[in-house]
Ligand binder design. Structure first.
Ligand SMILES: Cc1cc2nc3c(=O)[nH]c(=O)nc-3n(C[C@H](O)[C@H](O)[C@H](O)COP(=O)(O)OP(=O)(O)OC[C@H]3O[C@@H](n4cnc5c(N)ncnc54)[C@H](O)[C@@H]3O)c2cc1C
Length: 509
């Protein structure tokens, strides 16, 4: 958030031009770098025209900054070549999937080369016997489950953006989703990744042959969620799960947010971990109904969308138990989806909630933070208080089972000062979550927007240790500079009591 105060300014379309004063590629350097990339990838795989670059300068946050060059490789080897050529020239390199990130992670704040994975979009193998798939990073999330379905398998992590976000972007952000409550976020479903390093080498982390519990340091663990700051993901081996025998989807309807959020802990405290446990408030339900006619009540204070899956008998017993718990905690009604069409409509509404907000506003700021789930009732009170303090309508739709909040702060981006107002409100919310033992991101990552908030939870020593690991992968800090870390490794070295080596980036100096 602090980047807003450091000279960022509102740009066309309400986006915020990031690092307007950052040094850019000199014209001569631009020419020969583009020529080298064309020689390696082919002319049709390198974009330099300003009109083409614009589309690669923003994501789903408010931030924007055009790159100098876009590379569109077809293969992992070409990704590695593009990375080597760019870093040899001292140019920053930003990996890009679909650009649905919500915190500026894919925005090339210092220009340089964007390497898009859009053309690496092949599912290379579905290994049904070993329940694994090997995919390229540009594969769209939902396409993997569609391809695995004939084998009775699916890929579990399902971010609400799954119809457009890439698996490479999901790995880079360790994406969560409605069905990650029982089964874990992306990291729990990745067996191996191939990456391109800044040096231009290709390397497998994890075990691409599916042997588990390999000895040595878990470098793949460090890579997942590193938002393109360590390496570029070029292939991914994922786990696939068998499609559940039976699924039950319930919609519990509550008079207010408090009873709904208390029910979340009551269900899990009773020993049931549903496959999904999502909350929506009145404004969200109304917006969804207007957009999709999905079957949500427009007069509820809040609803919980709850799903259980597994063997039929267990599922029936759990669904009945959940309905009974909801009745005791204050639900006025608990409906069960009677058909697959009713279930699909409820999920279409939930996953389309952000789009449905277009029914009531043209601009909203989607915040992402997490608290221990037992503290949901307290943080929801705080969300309401922040809304009152800043004069903001804040509809909520979120992964309640994970304690992962998504308040949507409604504002008017055409009004001077409004973006700054919602950013300040969002920052207060992050602090409130940390005060309750939570974290500054539950799933969307840190990117550019929240890098200063890293200090709310990590000491200078913690950050320096992370930066040191980063330097081991990328000694010149050219991969996605300015993301995640509040300062460069060199600056962190000065402020932290442990030593760091190297890391001065000639491009920036
Ligand atoms: C409507 C909507 C709903 C959403 N719902 C969810 C949700 O339920 N759960 C959730 O977690 N997120 C959600 N998101 C956020 C976003 O979709 C995820 O963060 C997603 O994982 C980003 O994927 P992408 O392909 O768009 O990546 P991008 O936005 O292109 O990039 C995201 C980050 O990953 C890096 N990156 C991309 N590809 C690679 C690669 N191959 N190698 C290394 N780094 C790479 C980028 O540099 C950047 O830092 C939502 C977003 C929207 C707009």
């Amino acid at each position: 958030m602090a980047q807003m105060d450091e000279g960022a300014r509102a740009g066309a379309g309400g986006h915020v031009a990031a690092a307007a004063d950052a040094p850019r590629l000199a014209p001569a350097a631009h020419e020969w770098l583009a020529a080298d990339l064309r020689a390696a990838l082919g002319a049709e795989s390198v974009l330099t025209a300003p009109a083409d670059l614009v589309a690669y300068g923003f994501d789903a946050s408010f931030l924007e900054a055009a790159p100098d060059i876009v590379a569109l490789p077809h293969t992992p080897e070409q990704v590695a070549q593009a990375a080597r050529i760019a870093t040899a020239a001292g140019a920053p390199v930003v990996a890009r999937g679909s650009g649905t990130g919500l915190c500026g992670g894919a925005v090339p704040i210092r220009g340089g080369v964007v390497i898009s994975t859009a053309r690496l979009n092949h599912i290379r193998q579905i290994d049904a016997a070993n329940r694994r798939a090997t995919v390229e990073p540009g594969v769209i999330n939902v396409e993997l489950s569609q391809a695995a379905r004939p084998y009775g398998l699916y890929y579990a992590p399902d971010p609400a953006s799954q119809r457009i976000s890439t698996i490479g972007g999901n790995v880079a952000t360790n994406a969560g989703g409605p069905h990650c409550l029982a089964l874990g976020a992306t990291a729990a479903h990745i067996l191996a990744v191939q990456v391109a390093l800044a040096s231009g080498e290709l390397l497998w982390l994890g075990d691409e042959n599916g042997v588990q519990n390999a000895p040595g340091l878990d470098l793949m663990g460090a890579l997942i969620g590193s938002e393109g700051t360590l390496a570029i993901v070029t292939q991914i081996v994922t786990r696939l799960l068998p499609l559940p025998e039976s699924v039950r989807t319930l919609l519990a309807i509550f008079p207010d947010i408090a009873t709904g959020s208390q029910t979340v802990s009551a269900i899990i405290g009773a020993g049931i971990v549903p496959s999904a446990l999502e909350m929506m408030d009145r404004v969200i339900c109304q917006a969804i109904e207007r957009a999709f006619h999905a079957g949500y009540p427009e007069d509820a204070g809040s609803v919980l969308l709850i799903e259980v899956d597994g063997p039929r008998e267990l599922v029936e017993a759990q669904a009945a138990r959940i309905a009974a718990i909801c009745a005791t905690t204050g639900a006025r009604e608990t409906r069960v989806a009677r058909t697959e069409a009713e279930r699909a409509a409820l999920w279409k509404g939930r996953k389309g909630a952000a789009a449905a907000l277009g029914q009531i506003t043209s601009s909203f700021y989607l915040q992402d933070a997490v608290v221990p789930r037992s503290r949901l009732p307290r943080i929801m009170e705080r969300v309401e208080a922040i809304g009152a303090e800043y004069g903001l309508l804040i509809p909520n739709v979120f992964h309640a089972g994970d304690g992962n909040l998504h308040p949507n702060m409604v504002f008017d981006r055409r009004k001077p000062g409004d973006i700054e107002r919602v950013m300040r409100a969002g920052n207060d919310l992050l602090r409130a979550c940390v005060d309750l033992g939570g974290m500054v991101s539950g799933e969307h990552g840190i990117g550019l927007e929240k890098r200063d908030a890293m200090r709310y939870v990590f000491s200078a020593r913690d950050l320096a240790a992370m930066a040191q690991l980063r330097l081991a992968f990328d000694p010149r800090e050219l991969f996605n500079p300015d993301k995640i870390f509040p300062e460069s490794a060199a600056c962190l070295e000065a402020s932290a009591p442990i030593g760091l080596r190297g890391g001065i980036n000639a491009w920036f100096c």
